[in-house]
Every structure is written in C-alpha cells, then in structure tokens.
Design a protein around this ligand. Sequence first.
Ligand code: ZN
Length: 411
Amino acid sequence: MSLDPARTVAELDELRALTGDDNGAQRVAWTETWEHARAWLREKVAATGAREEIDEAGNQWFTLTGRSEGALLIGGHIDSVPNGGWLDGCLNVLAGVEVLRRIAAEGEPPLTVRLVNWADEEGARFGRSLFGSSAAAGSMRDQDEIRERRDANGVRWEDALREHGVDLDRVLDARARLEGARAYLELHIEQGPVLESMDLPLGVVLGTFGVERHRVTFRGQAAHAGSTPMDKRRDALAGAARLELEIREIAKRTGGGAVCTMGGVVTKPGIVTSVVETAECLLDQRHLDAQKLAGMLAAARDTADWIAREEALEVDWEKIWSIEPILFHDELVELADASVREVSGTSHRLPSGPLHDAAEVARAGVPTVMLFVQSLRGLSHTKLEDTRREHLELSVQALDRLAAKALERFA
Ligand SMILES: [Zn+2]
C-alpha cells in the first residue's frame, strides 16, 4: 500500500462527521465522544497490524515492531477543545496512521515504529494541558493539584480519570513508553498567520517559546476626579498605560519572534469620579532564546521602575508562571527542512507560540522535531479553523518523507 494523502483528508472529514456538530469538534478528553473517537481510530489502524495499548496515563499507542527495539515515535492528539476545529491534533494522528500504513506495507522496518495519540493535550475540561505527554515525559509534578481539580459540573478529575481506566497514582509509570525512543515527530497546523502571510504551505518548527508571566501592580492615590489638578495626581493607570506601550518596543528591539502582551488591566477603585489608585497588569512575555527572554523581563522591570518614578507611583512584581524554551533537535530540523523542500519547493523555520506534546517529549531528552502546515487566517480553537486540502495532503507527504529519513538516520 503506497502513501495516499487524500485518504487522510477523507478520514478527517469522516471523524468530523462522527464527533462534531454545527458548533465544531466535540472530542473533549475524558468524555464519551473522545472514547468514541479513540475506538474509531483503533479500527482504522487495525489493518496495519500495529498492536494497540493504552498506557497508565491514558495515552493510546500503536506499535509496529521493527528489527530493533529502538523506536521512531510519531504523535498527535485526537482530543479537541469544545466547539473546536477539524484539524487541531487529529491531523497529526491521522497523518501518522497513513505513514504507518506505508511503512507496514513495506515489511519489517529497521526501527520499531510507534504512533501515539496523547491523552488530553488541550486540558479543556479540567484546565491543565498536556496531561498524557507530561506523564510519559515524567515532568508531571502536580498530581495532588490534579486530584482536587473539578470540571464545570463539579466532577473531580480523579474520578473522571478512573472512569476511563486511569489511576492517578500510577500515571508516571507511562514513562516506560519513552524508553528506547530514538526520535519523535509531530505534525500540527500552525494555528497562527506566519506561513499564510509568506504564502508557504509548510514550515519546520525550531522549538517552543519560553514564557514569563507576571502580575505587575502600580500603586498611586485615589483622589477626586474633579478637585485634583492634573499635576497633583498619582495615577496608577498612567503607569499601566505607559508600560503597555513600552513592552511593544521591548519586543521589537529584542526581535527573533519576541512577543510581549499585556493581557489585562484591573483598576481600582474603577469608578468614573476617581483617579485610579491601583492598576494590576497581566504581562506575558515569550521568546525561543532563554537569555533573550530573561533580557526582555529585565527590560520590562527597568521600564516599570522609571515609569513609576516619573509618575510618583510604587510598582511591584509577582510571578504567575514561567517555562523554559525548548529547542528541537538540530539534525531532525535539517531532515525536516529537506523533507519540506522535497514536497513543496521551499521551507521556512519558525518557533511555536503554543505549547505542544512535542515540547514534553523533547524535555524528556528524546530528539524531537515538528512540522507546521499553514492555517487559513491563522485561526484555531474555533470551528472556523481550516487549511487548504492540497496543503493537508502536502503535509502528509512531508511527514512521510521525514519518517523515512529519520528511520534511516536513527536506525
Ligand atoms: Zn493541538
């Protein structure tokens, strides 16, 4: 059986009809629809002869035994957000099925080939992403917090997991599944506008952004809006407003895909008749380079300090969350680049803003790379998410070329 990328697109349509509705995809992890999708996938893969197993974290593995126990892994996630798109996550899984078919048809591969459908990449029901891949990578540390998490209807996550055969005390046993992994490949829609703006179908992902998130609070003095002259004010919102404009310059100066976002400002007392006393800003900064990210954070702190001095305010910083950047494997990036060139003529290397399961696998020390395929209008996590069918087919071809090259290189 030779590679048939059009079949992948037909199967994506089939899955959409089976697990979506007028509002979009409804394959939220740890629900009946998600189980339905997994059962459907099981039937699709059966003909390849790959052996199915569900690991301790609920990840669904399909294994094609090769001449070596060393393994090439291809991964994706069939779960979606509620009212999600038809491609996020499941494109990777179904393209992987097609690659598995091609490899199986050619006889015993030099490495064992394993397709993994990660459990709960999106974190849509319980608010924590990358459940299955972080367990397999051994980076999950928050089991106690997970145990207490509840969904919008008050169902405890631990109970929902048990209903789907997952024992929270054993999820880290899934680590055994990454033993012997020589390389990990993941294809994903870009979920952003870069490839479309360059008129390119495909790109190679260099890594995932590191993130620094802080709450920055400016404090001034509430004062009557009518009786306080302009030069006598200590207006906390002026601090927030000036910082928001400056972080744009910090990102531009830093370059290399740097992004800084002030995602929210809460002002108090927040009434029309008072100067703002406190302005609490939510700041998100991202970069692929750890040093540049640290530099952007330092620059934002310095900037907030001089703004506070000029506006007669106090400012303090509270860390909300941070994560280190992940750089993908140099040699795999080269192989991915060659694969993309072979099928589409031109390649482009770009960082990933969103996190992906691939970041967890890379963190566990497995050589990793991702391919992106263009997203129309850059939209995702909505039923409007779309990619041209010819681009989807090219993406399946590129993943297949990459799998072939990786099998040769890592055998
Ligand atoms: Zn995804």
